[in-house]
Design a protein around this ligand. Structure first.
Ligand code: ARG
Length: 569
């Protein structure tokens, strides 16, 4: 796009008496294709020229009438805008040549220049179910990882496991009383959770359990070997279970640095807040008064000496900065923890860390599963694993029905099932609550992953039928791609790099997700009105090249959302 702006702003600058770079900045992309490809907003000049913007636009159009450049072919006034139209053949050549040359890299950029972004995501709590909030964190965090990486950042994925805290005292007591090795090994996450629930139930009638649990946690904090062994066992078995889910989703973390990882740094945190006079003792507890900043007080140490979630996050932030020297540290965590992160950032600021402002909470809303189709075991517990398995099962049924002859049904079912869950989440603006409806997320005609995957598979099938799996671009093909649907298709493909950049800048994978629906939709429209496998060999070749470029964009885009695009389905 840059050479287009370059040429147009060079022509326009002397006419509007502005610096060329200023003109380039002012050029906008019009909302509709009929309004051209780049527009200059003439109200900028209205007061200086003492003319209405409409008049200015008309005069400028007049002085450019009959002229053209290499990249643009005409300029026309429309209301207060001067619209430039690109030469479609040159534009198509440039873009398609680029897509073919860059292949899997089309869309990427080096904006991040290797700067490090630490992304804290997924972060489930051991002994508690891998709940709904963690589903969203896992999916959104992973997409951000991939998107930022495609922007040239070095991403570090950290799973901030909830692997420390008083609940481990309770777990140890429960396990010693009622625990069973075999059941623990078979299904650790569910089993630990059941024990945890049981502990609370029994503690109602037997309050001494609570005291016992406190004691065990104290032993754990003191490093008493028996307590530590229990903790290690619970942590290890849970982690193995999480890793199966992450494997299924194709997710890896660079570090499993849970809360316990920072245990040795907590004394330093406490010392620092005291030295800097940021915290005050109150009744033996250590508190940071944040009233001046409109925030409630933050506790960093309880009366009994125990530290808190926030204390560990303060340690973790410093550790991350010192270890990775990040340009940004993202926390992909539900909106309900907004206050926690506001307090964390404020305290880091008060401690004088200039990088505090680079710690960014990426909040998201709730997800609700539409009743009926999702059985919830034991109260409201929804496990990510169950959601994924269910989605794969439903996908398998649909594929079985639609395409019983398909060779590799299992991989297709996985791609579609997992894609449905991811896309059902990612296509919504993350801050909104979402209603997850199985019928909707697996609808082949809706705004779904499978709609996009299906467009991709369809293109693969056309290319296979044409025996055109290895295509090379040649510039002459652009002469044939000039009907409206083709022009629109190509313009949409051109928007891809900008959409990735916009997703990265606002930490919103939904921008990319919605864009991919648009690509699939444009393809379907194009395919509906422009048959590909026509007799004219040149036209046929040109259209095969075009759909091959569409395939590349769909594939690259889905990959950035962590979604697989099967070639057949
Ligand atoms: N384990 C926490 C929870 O489930 C999320 C941790 C998020 N990361 C962080 N650094 N606080 O609520």
């Amino acid at each position: 796009m840059d050479q287009y702006k370059e040429e147009i702003s060079r022509v326009l600058a002397p006419l509007v008496l502005l610096e060329q770079s200023r003109v380039a900045e002012l050029l906008e992309e019009p909302p509709e294709p009929e309004m051209g490809d780049l527009a200059f907003p003439c109200y900028i000049l209205a007061s200086r020229r003492k003319q209405s913007p409409v008049k200015v636009a008309a005069e400028l159009a007049q002085s450019l009438s009959g002229k053209r450049g290499v990249y643009w072919e005409k300029a026309m006034a429309q209301g207060p805008y001067l619209n430039f139209y690109f030469d479609p053949v040159v534009f198509n050549q440039d873009l398609l040549r680029r897509i073919f040359a860059e292949g899997e890299d089309y869309g990427k950029s080096n904006r991040g220049r290797g700067g490090t972004v630490v992304i804290d995501y997924s972060s489930p709590n051991i002994c508690k179910p891998f709940g709904i909030g963690h589903i969203r964190s896992t999916v959104i965090g992973h997409a951000l990882y991939l998107i930022l990486e495609a922007q040239g950042y070095r991403c570090i994925g950290v799973n901030h496991l909830g692997d420390w805290g008083t609940q481990f005292g309770k777990m140890i007591v429960a396990y010693r009383r009622w625990g069973d090795d075999q059941q623990l090994k078979e299904d650790p996450v569910n089993y630990l959770y059941r024990l945890y629930v049981r502990f609370h139930r029994e503690a109602e009638s037997e309050p001494a359990l609570e005291e016992e649990a406190r004691l065990w946690f104290k032993r754990l904090e003191e490093g008493q070997p028996e307590a530590v062994d229990y903790w290690k066992l619970f942590r290890q078995l849970s982690l193995e279970n999480y890793e199966q889910i992450y494997d299924l989703l194709g997710i890896k973390f660079d570090y499993y640095h849970g809360e316990s990882h920072y245990n040795d740094l907590l004394d330093d945190v406490i010392r620092l807040v005291q030295e800097k006079g940021v915290a005050t003792e109150s009744d033996g507890a250590l508190i940071v008064d944040l009233e001046k900043y409109g925030l409630p007080p933050a506790m960093l140490r309880k009366k009994d000496g125990a530290t808190l979630y926030l204390t560990r996050d303060l340690a973790a932030a410093q550790y991350r900065y010192n270890t990775f020297n990040f340009v940004k540290a993202l926390y992909v965590v539900g909106a309900e923890q907004k206050l926690h992160f506001q307090q964390m950032v404020k305290i880091l600021e008060l401690l004088g860390f200039p990088w505090a402002r680079d710690c960014i909470h990426i909040p998201f809303g709730l997800i609700r599963f539409k009743e009926g189709r999702m059985s919830t075991r034991e109260g409201n517990m929804i496990l990510l694993e169950e959601v994924l398995q269910r989605s794969i099962r439903l996908a398998r049924e649909i594929i079985e029905e639609k395409n019983p002859g398909l060779k590799d049904k299992e991989s297709a079912a996985r791609a579609v099932g997992l894609g449905a869950v991811r896309f059902g989440d990612l296509s919504n603006d993350r801050v909104k609550d979402i209603e997850f409806d199985w019928d909707k997320v697996l609808d082949f005609t809706g705004e779904t992953a499978v709609y996009i995957q299906y467009a991709h598979a369809r293109i693969c099938s056309i290319l296979r039928r044409a025996g055109a799996t290895e295509l090379t671009w040649h510039d002459d093909a652009a002469d044939f791609l000039t009907c409206e649907e083709e022009k629109k298709m190509i313009k949409t493909l051109a928007a891809f790099p900008g959409k990735i950049a916009a997703s990265a800048e606002s930490y919103r994978p939904s921008i990319l997700a919605r864009y991919l629906i648009e690509v699939a939709r444009d393809f379907n429209r194009f395919y509906h009105s422009c048959p590909v496998l026509v007799d004219d060999p040149e036209l046929r070749q040109a259209r095969l090249l075009l759909i091959s470029a569409v395939r590349q964009v769909l594939k690259n885009g889905l990959a950035l959302l962590g979604i697989v695009a099967p070639e057949e389905m």
